[in-house]
Each structure stands twice: as C-alpha cells, then as structure tokens.
Ligand binder design. Structure first.
Ligand code: UDP
Length: 388
C-alpha cells in the first residue's frame, strides 16, 4: 500500500492514515516522498514519529510545473512497477497527487483520493490545485470526502455515490493528537510567548501566508492589516512562521521589520505549530489546512483570501473571509478580539470532522481491497453541521 506525498499538508493529512494502518495491521503502508517540498514534508512527518520509506530523486532544472509532473510520473512508474502496490493513496490537490494518480492509473493500480471533492469552481484559482483535484477525481476508485459539500461536488461531477465515503478531514485527527503531545520549541522566543498567552498576559495571534496569488500588492495589504491590529491592541502578540518561498519571506520581513510584538520565525515543526494554535486567540491565514485546524481549538480564523473552498467554516461562523484589504482585516480582528472566549466562534464544533477520519479511511481502503466486508459508517451529519 503506497501513500504518496510531497508537501507539508500532505504529510499532516496522510500521517493519521499511516498510523491507523499500523494499528490495524492488515495493510503495510509504504510512505513515498515525491521530493516536491522535501524538507517541509519530512519536517511535518517527524512530528508523528514517521519518516518516508522511499524518497524519489528528480531533476528540476527549470522548476516548471510540467517538468515536475513529467519527472514525477516517470519516477513513480519505475517504483510502482517494482513495488506493485495494492493501491496508491494520494492526498489533496498537489502536482504530486496528480502525478501519483496518473502513474498508478497507467499501471491499473486503484487510486484512493484523500480529501476528495474540494472545489472553488474556478480553474484559475487556486492554480494549479483546482485542476489537479478535478483530474485526480477522474482517475480515482475511492473518494474519501471530508464534508457533505465535498461529497455533493463529486456526485455533481458524475462520480458514483458507491465510490464516495464521507470520512471527515484527517487534519482534525492530526491536530488533536499532536497538540496533546509535549513539544520543545526550536525558536528560543516561543516558550515565553506561549507562557504569556496561557497566563493571560497577552493575546496570541498566529498568522501564516504563502499563496502565490497573494504576492505583491495583496501581501502588502495583509501586512498593513497586521500592523494595524498590533497598533490597536497593546496586549496582542503575533507569531508569523514565514514560508521558505524567498519572495514571500523577503516581502514579509521587509513589511514587518521593526514592528513591536511581531515574532517572525522560520517554518515551525507541526507539533510546535499545533501547540501555539491551541493557545491562540485568533488566526489569520491563507492556508487551507490552518482553516481546518483552528476550529478544533475554538480559535476564530480570518481568511486572507477573496474566496475559499472551505466555506463550511464560514457558514459555521468559525471563519470570516477578509481578503487582503487592511481595513477589513483590522475590522474583523477588532470584532473577534472583542468577543468573550466563551461565545461565538470559540464555542462551535469543528465542521471538518470529529477526529476519526483516518479510522474510516483505513476501513474503506481495506474494504476496497477485499480485506473486510465491513462497510465503514460515514461521519455523523450532526458533527459536520457544527453540532455535538
Ligand atoms: N504548518 C506547520 N508549520 C508552520 C505553518 C503551518 O506545520 O509553520 C502546518 C499547518 O498546521 C497545516 C499545514 O502546515 O497543517 C498547512 O500547510 P500549508 O499552509 O503550506 O498548505 P495548505 O494547507 O494551504 O495547502
């Protein structure tokens, strides 16, 4: 059983399934690292005590998407021929996921798609992710959908209902299990930041931004919004782990240089990130995964994008769309910071899952392979509707 990933969110969202397979013992998971974002993939896996079993080495002289896709398909084909996996599990909407689905399909190996059915209905945004996830859906045998909306998107595209299971998102399993574990911060400032936040001496804002489409003017707006929040709220501290993309990093550092109470760090280990998230008062992000994780700790989320394919959180009242407008960002932050921690977004359940998605995924894959006849139950609707 191959589980293929190449980026940080793939590591976080596949790791709970690897662990569920290890616990059940009826399938042998082989974790293959595509090398798309090698360091961040490995770093995120390490928080789960996992390492890739196989690492692909591909040449990327031009750095183009087509080159990455083509080289990955070629390299994966060689591995699939040697390993002959019973199925290939891919996650989400990366170029790695698309390459894995194409290479497995070409070898007539069943493809299992984790986090299936997310749609923005705009092929240009997010690019190339919207196209990737639609193409992966066409090649998959089993679609593990995180929410009812995702199930409906798949059914509307003609995917058979018998091939779709509503599991919830494995990121909820991940964040809950990892935040419970003790962690040591690599950045020497963070233990004090955590202490001040948990002792009620400060209110912690966690901010992340990495999307290609935010670079330039939108990112400048986001940074201006962050500066306003810090100026308007003297007890607010911001931790901003900056993405290694040099364009993002340079603009963030230049835009926030010398601003008091803003701590810019390198990418945090997943365990460190979860820990800070669990004691944050507010999150500002353009990340998909972070929008799904924040509600597990009742932390409201300001989404730094014009659109999101995670509307479930907006509808549940746990996220708000602000885009890159500094005035809107500061306005929503002021509103959410004024709420008592016992009301509003802080009290609602996570609309993305109940923390048992990986168990359902493991059962569904075992059934696909004829290892059990038990049909896993879908995640209860009441959970995804923000109920119990
Ligand atoms: N994350 C992390 N360290 C950080 C920032 C984020 O481990 O410094 C985690 C975060 O908890 C989430 C994942 O990375 O699970 C999201 O990755 P990213 O924002 O790169 O991708 P997206 O979710 O937007 O596809």
């Amino acid at each position: 059983m191959v589980l293929l990933g190449g980026t940080r969110p793939e590591a976080v969202k596949l790791a709970p399934i690897v662990q569920a397979m290890q616990v059940q013992g009826r399938m042998r998971p082989v974790l293959v690292a595509s090398g798309q974002h090698e360091t961040m993939f490995g770093q995120a896996l390490s928080s789960f005590g996992l390492r890739p079993d196989v690492r692909l080495h591909i040449e990327r002289p031009t750095g183009s998407l087509s080159e990455l896709l083509g080289e990955l398909v070629k390299a994966l084909d060689v591995h699939f021929e040697q390993l002959r996996p019973a199925a290939v599990v891919v996650q989400g909407d990366t170029t790695t996921a698309l390459a894995g689905a194409l290479a497995a399909f070409a070898r007539q190996i069943p493809v299992v798609h984790v986090e299936a059915g997310l749609r923005s209905h705009d092929l240009r945004a997010p690019f190339p992710e919207e196209a990737n996830r639609k193409l992966v859906a066409q090649l998959s045998t089993l679609h593990l959908a995180p929410t009812t909306r995702a199930v409906n998107n798949l059914l509307e595209e003609g995917i058979a209902g018998s091939e779709v299971l509503l599991t919830g998102n494995t990121v909820v399993d991940a964040v809950l299990s990892i935040a419970r574990m003790p962690t040591a911060y690599h950045d020497h400032r963070l233990p004090d930041v955590e202490h001040r936040a948990t002792a009620g001496k400060s209110r912690l804002l966690l901010a992340t931004m990495h999307r290609r489409e935010s670079l330039g003017a939108p990112l400048a707006g986001i940074l201006a919004g962050l500066r306003s929040i810090v100026e308007d709220h003297p007890d607010v501290e911001v931790v901003l782990p900056v993405h290694p993309n040099p364009h993002v990093r340079d603009q963030v550092v230049a835009g926030l240089l010398g601003v008091d109470r803003v701590h810019i760090t390198g990418p945090l280990h997943y365990a460190e990130f979860c820990r800070l998230l669990s004691c944050a008062r507010l999150v500002l992000t353009d990340s998909g995964g972070v929008q799904e994780e924040a509600p597990s700790f009742g932390v409201p989320c300001i989404v730094l994008r014009e659109v999101t394919e995670r509307m479930e959180a907006v509808e549940a009242g746990v996220s708000v769309l602000a885009g890159p407008d500094p005035v809107l960002i500061a306005h929503h932050a002021a509103r959410l910071l004024a709420e008592s921690p016992d009301e509003g977004a802080n009290t609602r359940a996570n609309p993305f899952g109940d923390g048992r998605a990986a168990v359902r995924a493991e059962q569904a894959i075992a059934r696909l392979l004829g290892l059990t006849s038990d049909c896993p139950a879908a995640v209860p609707q009441a959970v995804l509707a923000g109920g119990s």
